[in-house]
Design a binder for this molecule. Structure first.
Ligand code: COA
Length: 372
């Protein structure tokens, strides 16, 4: 058995940014147009009007101020309200693979590693742009990595679950090093016409290099343990899939995009996540206050504050549990990895940190690390 480390991470930033003000202006134009078009039905009580969104609500309820997206003109067009993405021919690299390669290259460069040092690629994301061939194999080939690649999806916990797969492979010696790549292109699956959730998601890609501790650069983070949990819930769902066509679904049917019961998720997931991390730490003879930093999933600011308070028994600071969702919104499985990527330089040798994701499934994944 080998000891295993996270030796570096990489981050790809999409080219465009949508501020809350831009988003709300587009949504409210759409609401006005829709209400004018259906004025007769609304007047007769046969249809509810589309209510207005507000920047104040979004910032207070979620902590989100802006988000990166691959393409914004389609999202901000009140006649369209979803991104305009170009279909590419099969002989061109796909969009998910392209941004995966960019994040992976940064992770490799930061660790001073080369494709020949890597034995596998896991593409872990909440949304996959196609069923097959695997995006992971496309990324592997584009980088010139020998070995294997596969895709996996555990919604917002895809990255932490993939870290466990990678850690186990390196631990038992079936791979020397694995790149976990999380291209989260969430904008096509978001219901931008639904006021309750139109502000939630953003696009991004992260990459994590997992390798044997004895080959990892100084200052890398030894993985002390990983722990996964799932429990079935309908509170966060998307029913789009390969059977949609045979079910005669309209791609615009509401259940063919992301939908959730946000309040229920908030109430049910916070205690589960805090209990999960506490139990995981206990397996390593640690208590939550032994942890120097928590890199938590980034869905909602109050949610993270509540989880951190449950763990620490006091209000957490941005130093205890950094926040990136003001800049990025919810980036599905990439959120906790962005927090780690941006906020780990000041962790001292010997100090403990926890990466934790939570989301649809429900699914929770935690990774306990110690700086070398
Ligand atoms: N602008 C203005 N008002 C809005 C609005 C918007 N964009 N969206 C909703 N509202 C209104 C609601 O209609 C509701 O009005 P009512 O009280 O008259 O019924 C009120 O604001 C409160 O809505 P609610 O949905 O209860 O807000 P909330 O405080 O629960 O915040 C979330 C909503 C989604 C931000 C929050 O529940 C959340 O983040 N939950 C966790 C979600 C999560 O982690 N999901 C995982 C996804 S991977």
């Amino acid at each position: 058995m080998h000891r295993v480390a996270i030796s570096s991470t990489g981050l790809y930033l999409p080219p465009e940014i949508i501020t809350n003000a831009e988003l709300v202006a587009a949504f409210n134009s759409f609401a006005d147009e829709s209400n004018a078009m259906h004025a007769e039905d609304i007047e007769a009580g046969r249809r509810a009007p589309v209510p207005q969104s507000s920047v104040e609500f979004i910032e207070k309820a979620s902590g989100i101020k802006r988000r990166y997206v691959m393409e914004k003109t389609g999202v901000l067009d009140p006649q369209r309200m979803h991104p305009r993405l170009q279909a590419r021919p099969d002989n061109e690299i796909s969009l998910m693979a392209e941004i995966g390669v960019a994040a992976a290259r940064e992770a490799l460069a930061r660790a001073g590693k080369h494709p020949e040092d890597i034995d596998g690629v896991i593409c872990a994301a909440a949304n996959m742009q196609r069923a097959y061939p695997a995006m992971a194999i496309e990324i592997q080939t584009a980088l010139g990595i020998k070995g294997f690649g596969f895709d996996m999806n555990v919604a917002c916990s895809s990255a932490t679950f993939a870290i466990e797969m990678a850690v186990n492979a390196v631990k038992v010696g079936s791979a020397r090093a694995i790149l976990v790549v999380d291209p989260e292109i969430t904008s096509p699956h978001l219901a931008w016409k639904d006021r309750d959730c139109h502000f939630i998601f953003g696009d991004v890609c992260t990459a994590i290099l997992i390798e044997r501790l004895d080959t990892a650069p100084a200052g890398s983070f030894e993985v002390l343990g990983t722990r996964l949990f799932t429990s079935f819930s309908n509170s966060i769902r998307n029913n789009a899939g390969f059977m949609s066509r045979s079910e005669d679904r309209d791609p615009d049917d509401r259940d063919q995009l992301f939908y959730q019961e946000g309040r229920k998720v908030f109430k049910e997931v916070c205690p589960l996540a805090a209990e999960h991390m506490t139990a995981h730490l206990a397996e390593h003879a640690l208590v939550p206050t032994d942890v120097r930093r928590y890199w938590l999933h980034q869905a909602n600011l109050s949610m993270n504050q509540l989880i951190a308070r449950k763990l620490l028994g006091r209000d957490a600071t941005a130093d205890d549990a950094p926040v990136i969702l003001n800049e990025f919104a919810n980036t599905a499985s990439a959120g906790s990895i962005i927090a780690f990527h941006r906020h780990h330089d000041d962790i001292e040798a010997g100090q403990i940190g926890v990466i934790c994701s939570f989301g649809a499934g429900y699914s929770i994944g935690s990774v306990i690390v110690r700086r070398t």
